[in-house]
Write a protein that binds this ligand. Structure first.
Ligand SMILES: NC(=O)c1ccc[n+]([C@@H]2O[C@H](COP(=O)([O-])OP(=O)(O)OC[C@H]3O[C@@H](n4cnc5c(N)ncnc54)[C@H](O)[C@@H]3O)[C@@H](O)[C@H]2O)c1
Length: 347
């Protein structure tokens, strides 16, 4: 089904405000979730609203963000998010990173004690929309073993780099560092299909192509084997370690509703014009894009895409047709609305 954008916006804000989230903060959380569903990254869209609300109700996410700068100079800041909603904390942190870059050429903001912030591209794109390059990383609860390990020690820590591209949409890489999402393993099981090599290992840490082995006590594998593991580890250092926050096994799952999560973010903005004239940057990006887009295509390929391009195409289409939503997500949102006594979402 497809939901009218204004209806889902108002609905999500109503739910959040019903659990005492201030309107301006509810609006930021809603926009990040909406952007995920419009880009068809449904795993990080309104599907997550019930768990956020539950965590807010239990005081595991504070319902009013109180950001505290522990260190600050013209090019960097260390913020304590004080367990505020990840979207609001990250949005504010990125605004500070962009302001510093505008003033000083570069702006690095390290954040500790935040929460799950949804799609990483939302924040890197904030910089790209202002002629700047944005680099954003977050840590998450551990999901993957080390190479050769058989215990979860590292998150599939997402990384996004967004680069403005002049007249076209920005080029935006937005990826988790696991080879695949857990949902895709469940999907292969449902279809009785093997999973490709490199997607996961069994409970003993042995690589497998049987989805059951991963589902029953096994683990996701890092993208690109040891290289992805190395990137995930470095992401952990740039986030949890560099901010003086939590990392690896210190972070409980978001679905453990007894414990606060303490998530860390790393936001870096580069003001291009303070390095080279913007016209030169944009003309080089145009040339680079044409080298890639116009390159010889593999047999069976009609079109070459840039990172983020497929998601932008989906977003444009869905802005016309409404937010695509699974029946199951729609029902769970309305179940939550009934529990909280707010008006239900309609199609
Ligand atoms: N907040 C968190 O804790 C958390 C954790 C993990 C993931 N995430 C989010 O989950 C989302 C999904 O991550 P993912 O790794 O599954 O993404 P993905 O595998 O769908 O895409 C990864 C990247 O590859 C690009 N891409 C895909 N197909 C392409 C093609 N044919 N040509 C060129 N580029 C192509 C995409 O544009 C994207 O930039 C991201 O938004 C990420 O930020 C968030």
């Amino acid at each position: 089904m497809n939901i009218n954008i204004d209806k889902i916006r108002q609905f999500s804000n109503r739910l959040l405000m019903q659990v005492d989230v201030p309107q301006d903060e509810a609006e930021i959380i809603t926009e990040v979730l909406l952007e995920a569903d419009l880009r068809e990254i449904h795993s990080h869209g309104f599907l997550r609203l019930p768990i956020y609300v539950e965590r807010i109700q239990k005081g595991l996410i504070t319902n009013k963000v109180n950001l505290n700068a522990e260190q600050e100079n013209p090019v960097l800041a260390l913020l304590d998010g004080n367990y505020g909603a990840g979207q609001v904390v990250a949005h504010k942190a990125m605004e500070i990173s962009i302001e510093k870059a505008e003033e000083s050429g570069i702006g690095l903001v390290a954040v500790k004690n935040s929460n799950h912030f949804g799609i990483t591209a939302y924040y890197s794109l904030m910089a790209a929309k202002q002629d700047k390059i944005g680099i954003v990383i977050s840590n998450v609860a551990p999901l993957m073993p080390a190479i050769g390990g058989a215990e979860k020690v590292i998150g599939n820590n997402p990384i996004s780099i967004a680069a403005p591209a002049g007249e076209g949409d920005p080029i935006v890489l937005d990826m988790a560092l696991s080879n695949t999402a857990f949902g895709k393993i469940l999907f292969a099981k449902e279809k009785n299909q093997p999973i490709p090599e490199g997607w996961g290992v069994d409970a003993k840490g042995v690589p497998t192509t049987n989805p059951d082995d991963v589902i029953n006590g096994g683990f996701l594998s890092p993208v690109g084997g040891p290289k992805g593991f190395g990137l995930a580890l470095m992401a952990e250092i740039l986030t949890g370690v560099l901010s003086g926050g939590h990392f690896s096994k210190m972070i409980p799952s978001m679905y453990d509703v007894k414990q606060k999560q303490s998530i860390s973010h790393f936001m870096l903005t580069i003001d291009i014009k303070q390095l080279i004239p913007l016209e030169i940057y944009y003309s080089s990006v145009k040339q680079l894009v044409s080298y890639i887009r116009d390159s010889k295509k593999a047999e069976g390929t009609d079109r070459i895409y840039l990172p983020g391009e497929i998601e932008f195409l989906k977003e444009k289409r869905n802005k016309e047709s409404g937010v695509p939503m699974e029946e199951k997500t729609f029902s769970s949102l309305n179940e939550l609305a009934r529990t909280l006594g707010v008006d239900e979402l309609t199609v």
